[in-house]
Design a protein around this ligand. Structure first.
Ligand SMILES: O=C(O)[C@H](O)CO
Length: 405
């Protein structure tokens, strides 16, 4: 076959599986825009859209299209005000997104500050789990990420019946900073139904609870914490970990994922016996991703910003790993990317297209993200058509991968 012959290229099977483009498009909207661009240039292609989430905001929406029904209930928001939160239920399986009760987006004006970083609590997440148990759920998948909290899951534990005590009585303050005063944890009142339930934490990151890679140090600043508050929250989480270890006889502060969602990963693992798993893998399983992936020649992943955090278990990287196992090629689309090409190749992404290439102004790029994604998809399709079918694509395929076409 001649090097330029586009044999087998005009009717590929393409899977479009982006995460949300935060602040501009949901994952479903991003997938639809990419799908439009691909179908326009490749009208004979089979283009399947499978929008994804990795445990953070948007995770409930992802499972609702796949057999789960929504349950709405009123619980305490991150600062104690009532919020209406939706979780998803399918028989005995409940899918609870922590961000629905304690996410950054629930703060007044959606804006965190140093004070909210200290006081935000996961109490409402515990209330959602209690509601699911009341409705007969015995398998709880807790999707974590996008949190406003750094309380190590202490609020969740309190809502489920654990007693947090100071030297002289009940711990008065909720939120991470209040944990500086915690002396003892009483588990006698913990909801007994949890003993028969399995809990899985679907985690968006693999950080430990404390220290330089911990919840406060890495994610505190995005929740409004200044330098002093980061240090204070880290000390508070250390204290909480000591108290939990004394009550349970296990110290899980270094568990990968313990630091997810301000330490909710830790609290759920230590107190609910939760298994901590990469969120993206859990969500892909729950939504039948393998079926969407079957036979795909090319997979398009994406998210608003590809950065170092993306490499720690975030959505696009998890999808790229699944695609690589299935022998499909992977390209990424992002609003912006700060990850070096060789780092992306190492996780199976052969090329990244950024919207910044088309529209350098960040504000305009966010406002016109759908159109820009459509144009980018058209470019991806054009590149696909111009790539010889039996050789690597022009940019650089990762050496260990074998295209199946
Ligand atoms: O919520 C957070 O702290 C981040 O999304 C990491 O889990």
């Amino acid at each position: 076959m001649s090097a330029a012959a586009p044999l087998g290229r005009v009717a590929p099977r393409i899977l479009v599986a982006p995460d949300k483009f935060k602040g501009s498009l949901t994952a479903a909207q991003a997938a639809a825009a990419l799908g439009r661009g691909l179908r326009r240039r490749l009208p004979d292609a089979s283009v399947v859209e499978h929008p994804i989430a990795d445990g953070g905001e948007g995770s409930v929406d992802m499972v609702l299209g796949h057999g789960f029904r929504p349950v709405v209930c009123q619980v305490r928001g991150p600062l104690g005000d009532p919020v209406r939160a939706t979780y998803a239920l399918d028989g005995e399986t409940a899918f609870v997104e922590m961000a629905a009760a304690a996410g950054l987006g629930l703060l007044p004006g959606g804006t965190p500050d140093d004070s909210t970083a200290r006081t935000a609590s996961t109490y409402g997440v515990g209330e959602l789990i209690r509601d699911a148990l009341d409705r007969g759920a015995r398998r709880i998948v807790l999707a974590v990420g996008g949190s406003a909290t750094t309380d190590g899951g202490a609020g969740l534990a309190a809502a489920l019946g654990a007693g947090l005590r100071t030297a002289s009585g009940p711990l008065p303050a909720e939120g991470g900073a209040g944990l500086l005063d915690v002396e003892r944890l009483d588990l006698a009142g913990l909801d007994a139904r949890l003993a028969e339930a399995t809990v899985v934490v679907a985690c968006d990151v693999d950080n430990p609870l404390t220290g330089p890679s911990g919840a406060a140090a890495v994610y505190g600043p995005q929740k409004g914490a200044g330098t002093e508050t980061v240090a204070l929250l880290d000390r508070a989480l250390e204290r909480w970990a000591d108290v939990v270890a004394a009550a349970t006889g296990r110290d899980l502060r270094d568990l990968p994922g313990a630091g997810a969602a301000g330490g909710l990963g830790f609290g759920a693992a230590a107190l609910l016996g939760a298994e901590v798993r990469p969120g993206i893998d859990t969500l892909l399983e729950l939504t039948g991703f393998e079926r969407s992936l079957a036979g795909a020649d090319l997979v398009v992943v994406g998210e608003g910003s590809l950065d170092e955090q993306s490499l720690h278990g975030k959505g696009p990287v998890g999808v790229a790993a699944a695609a690589a196992r299935a022998g499909a090629r992977v390209v990424a689309v992002a609003g912006r990317s700060t990850v070096a090409a060789d780092r992306l190749h190492a996780v199976g992404i052969e090329r990244v297209h950024t919207l910044a290439e088309l529209e350098p102004d960040a504000g305009r790029s966010m406002r016109h993200a759908a159109d820009l994604l459509e144009t980018t998809a058209d470019r991806i399709a054009a590149e696909w058509l111009s790539t010889p079918s039996e050789s690597a694509p022009p940019e650089s395929a990762p050496p260990e991968r074998t295209p199946t076409r």
